[in-house]
Design a protein around this ligand. Structure first.
Ligand code: AMP
Length: 128
């Protein structure tokens, strides 16, 4: 079972942003930028392009809604999207507020306090 499946089941805590029957969105615990969000299909599949086409399209559509909400809440030039999965073998879309190219490069990290994570998750959620 992946760490993200444990999060979806509530066995590991997360800063939840949104959820429907198919997808779960929550804040990345080691964010590139404030508002860095992960969107995960509840059904555990390792690689993005192994998703069936319908789930893939619906994942993108769900991610789009979250990205639009992030952009309303976090001052940034735009929200970038990245899919990597080298660390956690359970499909997840990274949605990252960008001000500079390095914000998407996973080299610069920001530290947030629990209260900041809480506030950001709540603000994005309210703007969906
Ligand atoms: P990657 O698989 O390379 O796309 O990276 C996995 C991402 O998941 C990293 O950005 C981690 O910071 C993030 N991550 C790992 N564990 C957790 C967790 N328990 N809660 C939130 N984010 C996590």
């Amino acid at each position: 079972m992946s760490i993200f499946t444990k999060i979806i089941k509530g066995e590991i805590p997360s800063y939840k942003v949104a959820e429907n029957d198919q997808f779960y969105a929550f804040l990345d615990i080691n964010p590139n930028a404030k508002g860095h969000t992960l969107v995960v299909p509840k059904r555990e599949v390792n690689k993005l392009f192994d998703l069936d086409e319908k789930t893939y399209t619906e994942l993108m559509s769900f991610s789009r809604k979250i990205a639009i909400a992030i952009e309303k809440v976090i001052p940034c030039d735009r929200v970038g999207m990245s899919v990597i999965g080298l660390e956690v073998p359970h499909v997840h879309v990274h949605l990252i507020p960008l001000k500079a190219m390095e914000d998407i490069q996973f080299i610069k990290k920001v530290k947030l306090q629990p209260e900041e994570f809480e506030a950001v998750a709540k603000a994005i959620s309210k703007n969906l």
